[in-house]
Design a protein around this ligand. Structure first.
Ligand code: TXA
Ligand code: MG
Length: 326
């Protein structure tokens, strides 16, 4: 299969219309969202959704998020929606938050991996919104090969999925850069299954209480969490300080390996990719991981703080490192 990349955005509406036609015909389209690129299919079409798992090499027991462009679409997707959802919607939607609700009968079980719940999200990216509005609620995971880092540019999607999907809509770099926060509203206490740009304290402000398994790396309930996600193609460790990162760098370099440090700020005299702090770190981290694995064989990431969006970035980085903190 040949994979086309088409520009999307205000001047390229015809391309979004074309992409919506593909979705309506049961085909896959990769599209930009504010978090990462998604690989979408019509959420109501079982055969179309099955193609997502094939294209990604994704295990069938990992459920997909359903993306909406308007709140009116919710009634076809979820049922028994609690009032908390609407409070969250007013505060954070459209935006980088996914909420787990009870699924409607209309959503096929292939979307929810056989479960009775469904993840719902309203992306804020104008291309995603328009694509959904012109077609249907779209089931979409991140548009990477299973186990690779999530894509934040159309080129990343192409690198992973060329030949497996017909179309990638190019909407530029994703603003947020890491995947949405996943919040389970079907448990007694709302529970964060995956941290993201909408943080626990932001959620607690709206909901009163939120459970977040204490440590950021032990968020175990999301079915996807048992797979080692986000793994780069080479050795990867997290260093507890920049000094520790430099020590490790010199050690592995002396053993003949080619290391690189992913750090907050530029580090002189060392192969290095700086990603900044806070939201900038989230925006840059996946591109940095891809760049590092292309040119080096040993990635050393400097540890960020345990606060806010940096904690969410560290969740992904520690996962990539298989938990190896030195
Ligand atoms: O930002 C995002 O969320 C991106 C963009 C494309 O929207 N999507 C994304 O999808 O990251 P994916 O499939 O790569 O990750 C979705 C996560 C998985 O860990 C999955 O297990 C969890 O959400 N999830 C989805 N539906 C669920 C459900 N019904 N119950 C529990 N966890 C669920
Ligand atoms: Mg993913």
């Amino acid at each position: 299969m040949k994979t086309q990349i088409l520009n999307a955005g205000v001047d390229f509406d015809a391309n979004i219309v074309y992409a919506a036609e593909l979705i309506k015909q049961g085909e896959l389209v990769a599209f930009p969202t504010e978090t990462v690129y998604g690989l979408g299919a019509d959420a109501f079409k079982e055969d179309a959704v099955k193609k997502i798992f094939l294209a990604k090499g994704r295990p069938q027991d990992n459920p997909l998020i359903v993306h909406l462009s308007s709140i009116e679409q919710l009634e076809d997707v979820a049922k028994d929606v609690p009032s908390e959802f609407f409070a969250l919607k007013d505060a954070f939607m459209p935006g980088p938050l996914t909420v787990i609700l009870k699924k409607s009968e209309k959503i096929p079980f292939v979307v929810t991996a056989g479960g009775d719940t469904v993840g719902v999200r309203m992306p804020s990216h104008p291309v995603a919104k328009r694509l959904i509005a012109l077609s249907a609620p779209i089931a979409a995971p991140s548009a990477n090969r299973s186990k690779h880092v999530s894509p934040t540019t159309a080129r990343h999607v192409y690198d992973d999925l060329a030949g497996h999907i017909p179309l990638i809509l190019d909407g530029g770099e994703c603003k947020v850069g890491i995947e949405s926060t996943v919040l389970d509203l079907t448990s007694d206490v709302p529970t964060i299954l995956r941290p993201g740009a909408v943080t626990s304290s932001m959620l607690a402000e709206i909901l009163g209480e939120v459970s977040e398994n204490g440590r950021i790396i032990k968020i175990a309930k999301s079915p996807g969490m048992k797979y080692q996600h986000y793994s780069p193609k080479c050795a990867f460790v997290v260093a507890s300080s920049l000094r520790r990162a430099k020590e490790e760098y010199l050690k592995v370099a002396s053993e003949g390996q080619s290391p690189v440090i992913i750090s907050k700020a530029p580090v002189e005299g060392f192969a290095n990719i700086a990603i900044g702090e806070g939201e900038s770190a989230a925006h840059n981290v996946y591109a940095a991981m891809r760049e590092a694995e292309e040119s080096y064989d040993y990635i050393i990431a400097e540890q960020l703080s345990n606060e806010g969006v940096e904690a969410s970035v560290m969740n992904r980085v520690l996962k990539a490192a298989g938990g190896k903190l030195i």
